[in-house]
Ligand binder design. Structure first.
Ligand SMILES: [Mg+2]
Ligand SMILES: [Zn+2]
Length: 214
């Protein structure tokens, strides 16, 4: 298990507007205050990692090149706003639609935890000290399966998902619910940067200081 706490962030409906399948980079739009939220996650010393199901690839709605360009546009828009993503992890699969190799039962399509586990290995992340933020129950289930805290946001499909989970008596799938990613940041900081137990021999490193006034 790695060392660094992370905030795993769903893309569509959480970080960006939910517009159905994003089949061109120009359709990607950051939600209000998303860049600010990522900046504050960066400033807290938490890794910011996007984990996204993109079954539109398996379904043939867009190509690998379009998906790559879209995620590059996302990173570029955030960078222009002073925000940094530590990683973007994509599940391109669907269990029944399209053709192989993308038509497959995989271990990375949320609610499976594969993307979070792969990111943890590659980026030295501590899953038990991390959280996943998303607008669907599948995001919350992926968080649970990976051992992370689970945060539901009401953007995208989130308000509908919250009502459904309450109606089904499953509201406890979420550890917390907020109107937006930005609104969740204070909770994430408090939860993920909590002091380690006294038995821990290593001292926590302070978050990186920034010379920027922003
Ligand atoms: Mg979503
Ligand atoms: Zn997958």
């Amino acid at each position: 298990m790695g060392h660094r706490p992370a905030v795993f962030i769903d893309r569509d409906g959480t970080l960006t507007e939910e517009v159905g399948y994003v089949n061109h980079p120009s359709r990607l739009r950051l939600l209000p205050r998303s860049a600010e939220a990522i900046r504050r996650i960066n400033a807290a010393g938490l890794a910011a990692v996007v984990v996204t199901n993109q079954a539109g690839l398996a379904r043939g709605y867009f190509s690998v090149d379009v998906l790559r360009a879209t995620n590059e546009a996302l990173a570029e828009q955030l960078k222009d706003a002073g925000a940094h993503l530590d990683g973007v992890y994509v599940c391109p699969h669907h269990p029944t639609e399209g053709a192989p190799p993308y038509r497959t039962v995989c271990d990375c399509r949320k609610p499976a935890p594969g993307l979070l586990q792969r990111a943890a290995l590659e980026l030295d992340l501590d899953l038990t000290a991390s959280a996943m933020v998303g607008d669907k129950a599948s995001d919350l289930a992926a968080a649970r399966a990976a051992g992370c805290a689970a945060v539901l946001v009401r953007s995208g499909y989130g308000a509908r998902e919250e009502a459904r989970l309450v109606a089904e008596g499953r509201a406890d799938l979420a550890d917390a619910v907020f109107d937006s990613l930005a609104a969740a940041v204070p909770w994430l900081r408090a939860r993920l940067l909590a002091a380690p137990p006294p038995s821990s021999s290593s001292s926590p490193s302070p978050p990186p200081s920034s010379s920027s006034s922003q």
